[in-house]
Design a binder for this molecule. Sequence first.
Ligand code: BDR
Ligand code: CA
Length: 330
Amino acid sequence: MIEMNGPEKPVIIDTDPGVDDALALILALRSPELHVKAITTVNGNTSLRQSTENALRILEIVALPDPPPVIPGAAIPLNREPIPSASIHGRDGLGEITFLKDRRGKKKYTPPRHKPEPTYAPGAIIELVNEHPGEITIITLGPLTNIALALQTDPGLSRHVKEIITMGGAYSVPGNVTPAAEFNFYCDPEAAQEVIGSGIPLTLVGLDVTRSARLSRHALMNATKKRTRLNQFLRDSTEFVMDFYREREGYHGCCVHDALAVMAAIDGSIIGTKRAHVEIETEGKLTAGMSVADLRPYARGKTGAPNATIALYVDSTRFEQQLLERITDA
Ligand code: BDR
Ligand code: CA
C-alpha cells in the first residue's frame, strides 16, 4: 500500500537516462505525490538522441493514460566536449536491453512508438516555470546544461523556480568519474556552477548518500516475480549494471543514485541534510567538476553564506523498501 507524503508537487525532471535515471523516472511517474509536467533530456550518460529515446521508452513501459511530454535539450555541455558515455550503463544507456533477443531471435525491445516534442528543453523549462511562478520543483538527474541555458536565456527565472533537487556532487566523499568529481558535475562544471550560484533553493543529493542508495539483486528478483512488462524491464535493464558492480565491488546489486533524488522530492525525511556554501571547480587540472562544500565548523563568513542544502545521511533500508514498493508490479 502506497502512503501519500503530502500534496501533489508539480515537477520537471531533467535527465540523461541511464539505468538509475530509468528507475528514478519510473518512481516519479508512479508516485502520487508528484505530478511530472515534463521530462527534459540532456547529453550525459549517453547522447542526447539516445537519452531522449530512452525516456520515451520508459514512458511506454510505465504506460500512463496521460504521459508527460519528452522534450530534448542540450546535445553538448556549455563549453566543453561531451565525455564518452559512461560504460556502466551499456552501449544504449539502458543496460544493453536493445540488443536482447527473444527465443525466436526477435528483438525483445523495439524502438518506442512515441515521438519527442519538437521544442527545446531550456525554452520549455522557462515557459513552464513562468506559467506557474513559485510552484515548480526541478529534479535534475544528469549534467546541468539545460538548466544553465534556461537561466542564461531568462535571468529572472531563478526567482520563479520553487526548488531544485539535484543528483550531483560529492561533498565529504571521493568522486566517481575522477578522484575529485562526480559524473554529472564533471560533464558540465560550468553549468553546475551557474545553477549553484543562481540563488534558487537547492538540495544537493550527491555520492555521500547515493552510494548508499542501493538496490540488491536479491530484493529486486523477489519483488519482480509477477510476469509483467514493467517487471521484466526492471530485471533486464539492471542486469548489466549489477554485473558491473559484482565485478568491481563484489556487491550483488547496484547504486541507484538518481532514484534517491526523486525519493527525496517525494519524502524529504529519507535524507538528513546540512546547509553549506558550495562551489564547483571549473578550472582545476585534477579537480574539474569537484563540488567544494565548506563543511568546516564556523565556516560562515570565510567562504560566503550557505547557498545549498546538502544530503549527508540516508535511511538506506527504507529507501530500498519504498523504491521497490513503488516501481514494481506486486
Ligand atoms: C550519476 O552519474 C550517472 O551515471 C548516473 O545516472 C547518476 O546521475 C551518478 O554519479
Ligand atoms: Ca543520471
